[in-house]
Design a protein around this ligand. Structure first.
Ligand code: IMP
Length: 418
């Protein structure tokens, strides 16, 4: 399948980095279409652990070119840090990172505004929503504008004045902003060498039948349209964002892989029907090391929500599922899966009917036996204990999509094909 997309099926942090790294080995090109440095994709390669925020995890494979698409919002300082850190770890990225001239730029002003207002949603504080807001207000700057650093400096001053006048930026922010803007302009001048006409690059790759992998960031339930609005990110993180975020037609995507964690996590505020605010939730958090790769915040944990999962499969057109972190469920006597909701005394089995009133729903659970055995060293899916096979089978049945791979640890080889 020449063009494959990997999409997060839940509230992000499903383990997409590992899967993109795994699939990336066979790819010619890996592209991101939305979001920015709010993402944190962790890849463990033997001794080394890489946490990538903007560059697709495909970069770890020497022959893969990586596209940062027009739908992204790029943080220049963070991008340069990421490139420097890859270089320091022996990864040669030269000529392999292609930045769309039309990607929007996150400035220190956006970050200051996010720091001041982001607590309501519980954002990552990376200025993402504010950069997308400026894009929609036709106030944004794009990567192509970085070729004129003087003009860019002038623009930043104008935007700063507007921000101060409109109360978006406080006078007390100014000393810190001065230093940040200097570092920002320096990073911008370094970034110019990455600029490319990525629409053309992708069209040519598709015409040549190259293998292209599209990497989603965040997850479907954080999508600005399909997620738990207003507690969402500010981009189209579902497969719907691919065409507008990369400039390829929807029909060019041949296969959509949905990544689901074997339980559910969420970081930031907003409703979470299957959240476990108890010892079981704490156990999932500890054994799953559920702390944000970008902010270090503890992730909220809960049971697998098949109502949300089925919706996610529908809106993304998911063809197959990679189920991650099954090993975290290894030591439970019993496990629960949410199979339906009650809202105002009425049973609901579709997530879209409840998405705007999720804080009011009552989840229905089905209880399944646990397997109480370690899966970390298994080498074939058939070796999984029967209870684990049943758990996976039930997820598959409830979501209506086959689970083709199961991840049982952070290492590259800890994945079982079914
Ligand atoms: P923002 O994307 O920083 O504006 O944050 C909006 C919401 O999306 C917050 O709840 C964040 O915690 C969440 N979020 C953003 N990026 C990620 C991610 O990569 N994984 C998980 N949650 C994320």
């Amino acid at each position: 399948m020449p063009v494959t997309a990997v999409i997060g099926g839940q509230w992000g942090d499903e383990g997409k980095g590992k899967i993109v790294d795994l699939l990336g080995a066979d790819m010619d090109l890996v592209a991101r279409y939305q979001g920015g440095a709010n993402a944190g994709h962790t890849v463990q390669t033997g001794e080394q652990t890489f946490i990538l925020h903007q560059i697709p995890s495909g970069i770890l494979h020497p022959n893969v070119r990586c596209v940062l698409g027009n739908g992204m919002v790029i943080d220049p300082i963070a991008l340069m840090e990421e490139l420097d850190s890859l270089a320091a770890n022996g990864i040669d990225t030269s000529d392999r990172v292609l930045l769309s001239t039309h990607a929007h730029i996150v400035t220190p002003l956006h970050q200051a505004m996010d720091r001041a207002t982001g607590h309501i949603v519980g954002t990552t504080g990376r200025g993402i929503g504010l950069a997308y807001a400026d894009k929609a207000r036709r106030l944004g700057i794009r990567a192509v504008d970085l070729t004129d650093i003087r003009g860019l400096g002038g623009y930043i001053l104008k935007r700063l004045k507007l921000g101060l006048n409109q109360g978006e930026i406080q006078k007390s922010d100014l000393p810190a902003l001065k230093t940040e803007i200097e570092a920002f302009l320096h990073a911008c001048s370094r970034m110019v060498s990455l600029l490319a006409d990525t629409v053309q690059v992708l069209q040519e790759a598709i015409d040549r039948n190259d293998k292209v992998l599209i990497e989603g960031a965040q997850g479907t339930l954080l999508d600005i349209d399909f997620g738990t609005y207003p507690f969402v990110t500010s981009s189209s993180s579902g497969s719907g964002g691919i065409a507008s975020g990369l400039g390829i037609p929807p029909r060019a995507v041949d296969r959509v892989i949905g990544i689901f964690k074997a339980y559910t996590t969420r970081v930031g505020n907003g409703p979470f029907p299957t959240e476990l605010d108890d010892a079981i939730g704490k156990r999932l958090q500890d054994s799953g090391a559920e702390f944000g790769a970008t902010t270090g915040r503890p992730r909220r944990c809960g049971w697998f929500d098949a109502v949300a999962g089925r919706y996610s499969c529908q809106v993304n057109g998911i063809d197959e599922i990679y189920l991650s972190k099954l090993d975290i469920l290894d030591r439970f006597d019993e496990l629960k899966i949410c199979t339906g909701y009650t809202l105002d005394g009425v049973t609901i089995d579709g997530f879209s009917a409840a998405v705007h009133r999720l804080d009011k729903i009552e989840p229905h659970y089905e209880t399944l036996p646990g397997w109480n055995a370690s899966s970390a060293d298994l080498t074939a899916a058939e070796q999984l204990p029967e209870a684990a096979q049943n758990y996976i089978g039930r997820v598959e049945e409830l979501l209506g999509v086959p689970v083709t791979h199961v991840s049982i640890g952070a290492e590259r080889n800890q994945i079982l094909k079914r």
